[in-house]
Ligand binder design. Structure first.
Ligand code: TNX
Length: 534
């Protein structure tokens, strides 16, 4: 009896093993199949933002150890873009990807970047990508366009391209043609480094996120009641004292001008401009605590680590205030190659309207005097805006319309749609909800040109998604609120409204999960998005 059982048991174990072995073999085969499935249909690829025109040709291009990155002609800038592409593909592929000039099409198997004579359709940031079995070619009017095009190439390659170590993958791209260019010239995000301070490396990582989705503006909110975050050499106490703390009483911090310039350069290499904001005449407690002469009563205030708004103001009828504004703007303009300086202008609840108007008018002149265009939050419409000035719509439609009536342009940042610091829903662990709860579909489903009555596409430079940091303390927090909403904002700014559709977009967004995971992005796994299983 015992023996019988033993025999039966042995047979079962052996069968079980056989079964497991078979299962294992099948699993490996299917993995390999997945790994080896050559991308043949460009139309099936998951791109964000969705390109304007795409045409699949049913074969594929293979990047190999033999591939190089060639660039046409003598443009140093195009060479830098080529270098950027090569250096972002080298780690995961392990290929050499030598960068070389070439005055004609290179041999089979290479990447080729070239600058065309003016193609009026694709403009400054557009590109034409043509992928055949032989060649992967980007053609653009400007290096900026070629740079946007290489983001498309990176999205078309297997997601393993995002690893920083060599991966065992087949680096193929589906063939076809893409003609692509942005709907709006201004596509940005704002990071509030005042309420909580974030260092250079965090800001650079944030810039990488913007660049990956073809965004081109980083607005840095550099001063507020809780902290002054940029070194001003002629007013050193702004950072020495005013930069010392932050919301909740932490140690704060600030950027030296060298660190700021390093950020600007890093952004420039990614065709992102940095817009510095010094928020005035309200939101100025950090400055008022650092210099007595900025206060109407001539006394410094206490540093502030709470989250109230609207209680502080510069003394708008003292000349010393304008000397201060002039010095600050002068130093900032000198380290800001981009065309804009943001003077804030929001929620100046304790500044009388007539004083506010006087202040914004003078600040505008000062910004212009230092060769820059002024941006202000939508309340600046009360002042006499120049047509070169820009209002950032965040709260009141009538404010934005008021600015448009003065021929100023608009940046669209409606809080109900674009505020990255709004919670996704009532149980989001961080964020605020004074404007709305903004789920991922809500953030995506809107159109800047039809959002508000009295504002049309011609009035709009583009869109910006601001991340205020009252509740945001570290990079994990930044990413939780930024992802996965940011790619949607990028698409709203880039892709024409008639090509945008949530049902289609959510599948493309879901497909980004692998990339988020590889990059260790702490994203909110929204139930609205059909994420693939782990
Ligand atoms: C309003 S939006 C503010 C900021 C706050 C933000 C919080 C704007 C121009 N002003 O000072 O940080 O709400 O969401």
């Amino acid at each position: 009896m015992d023996n019988d059982y033993n025999i039966i048991y042995t047979i079962m174990v052996q069968k079980g093993r056989l079964f497991l072995t078979l299962l294992f073999a099948l699993a490996i085969a299917s993995c390999q199949q997945e790994r080896m499935a050559t991308p043949m249909n460009l139309e099936k690829e998951y791109l964000i933002p969705k390109p304007v025109l795409l045409n699949a040709t049913g074969s594929s291009f293979l990047l190999s150890q033999e591939s190089g990155v060639y660039y046409e002609g003598a443009s140093d800038e195009l060479k830098e873009v080529a270098e950027f592409l090569a250096s972002s593909l080298r780690p995961a592929t392990g290929f050499d990807l030598a960068v070389q000039p070439s005055d004609g099409e290179p041999n089979v198997g290479n990447i080729y970047l070239k600058l065309s004579t003016n193609d009026s359709v694709v403009g400054n940031e557009g590109y034409k990508l043509s992928i055949t079995e032989d060649l992967l070619e980007i053609e653009a009017n400007k290096p900026a366009g070629a740079f946007r095009g290489i983001q498309t190439i990176k999205q078309l390659l297997p997601e393993a391209i995002k690893y920083s170590e060599k991966q065992d993958a087949v680096w193929e791209v589906a063939s076809g043609t893409i003609i692509d260019y942005p709907e709006y010239g201004y596509r940005g995000a704002m990071l509030d480094v005042s309420r909580h301070f974030f260092g250079v490396n965090d800001v650079k990582r944030f810039i990488d996120h913007l660049a990956a989705y073809k965004m081109n503006v980083l607005h840095l909110h550099l001063s507020d009641d809780q902290g002054w975050r940029i070194e001003i050499k002629s007013w050193p106490n702004l950072t020495a004292h005013g930069g010392k703390t932050e919301v909740g009483g932490g140690g704060g911090g600030f950027f030296t001008q060298d660190q700021y310039s390093d950020i600007v350069k890093y952004a420039q290499e990614r065709y992102v401009i940095v817009i510095p904001e010094i928020d005035m005449p309200g939101h100025t407690n950090a400055a008022l605590a650092s210099y007595a002469e900025l206060n109407c009563d001539g006394k410094v205030t206490e540093l502030y680590t709470g989250t109230k708004v609207g209680f502080s103001t510069l003394c708008t009828h003292e000349e010393s205030t304008y000397k201060f504004v002039d010095d600050v703007i002068k130093e900032l303009a000198a380290i800001t190659p981009g065309p804009y300086i943001h003077i804030g202008g929001d929620e100046s609840h304790v500044t009388k309207l007539e004083d506010y108007i006087l202040f914004v008018n003078r600040a505008q002149d000062i910004v212009n005097k230092h060769g820059k265009q002024m941006i202000g939050w939508d309340e600046v419409h009360h002042a006499k805006l120049k047509p070169t000035s820009v209002a950032q719509f965040w709260s009141k439609e009538e404010n934005a319309v008021g600015a448009v009536k003065q021929n100023a342009k608009l940046i669209m940042s409606p809080a109900k749609k674009t505020y990255l610091d709004m919670q996704y829903d009532s149980i989001s662990p961080i964020g605020l909800h004074w404007a709305a709860y903004i789920e991922v579909d809500e953030a995506y489903n809107w159109d800047p040109a039809s959002y508000a009555e009295g504002i049309s596409k011609e009035d709009i430079l583009g869109i910006e998604a601001p991340l205020w940091s009252e509740t945001v303390k570290n990079m994990d927090n930044i990413e939780y609120l930024t992802f996965p909403r940011l790619p949607g904002h990028a698409e709203v700014g880039w892709t024409p409204a008639h090509l945008r559709n949530w049902e289609d977009y959510k599948l493309r967004l879901a497909n980004q999960k692998g990339r988020f995971d590889i990059l260790n992005i702490n994203y909110y796994p929204s139930p609205k998005v059909p994420w693939p299983a782990d």
